[in-house]
Design a protein. Sequence first.
Length: 134
Amino acid sequence: SVIDPISEFIDELNGYENPEEPFSEELKKKTSEKLQEMVFSIDISEIECLRDEIENWKSGMEGTNLENSSKYSDLEECYDSLENGISELEDLDFEIEIGEKETPNELAERMQEFIYDLENAIADLEGVNFPGMF
């Protein structure tokens, strides 16, 4: 899972000696390098592809008196859910840097918030209801 390495990183931060003290320059450099190695990014192209397919299907029904059908409503709901999920993922800040006087505990807290937001976006996308063909 995408979240596992982030959770492990948080555990490591919580295990630092003096986690309430701001990062030393050496520890800040080492920790920043680990953050860069984790490369926070998520490829949302497949989700965008699904959204586009649903949009094309929905568009194909327009002008055929099917706009009031339950299938069209299902497609609209599916499209909106995918669009919202994509938006949530795009709104996540993957560029995490250590603040000037930040402590390991504060960084761990920010990383935990990041996981929470990421889990919510993933849960929303997992709950998308894709309509059947018939």
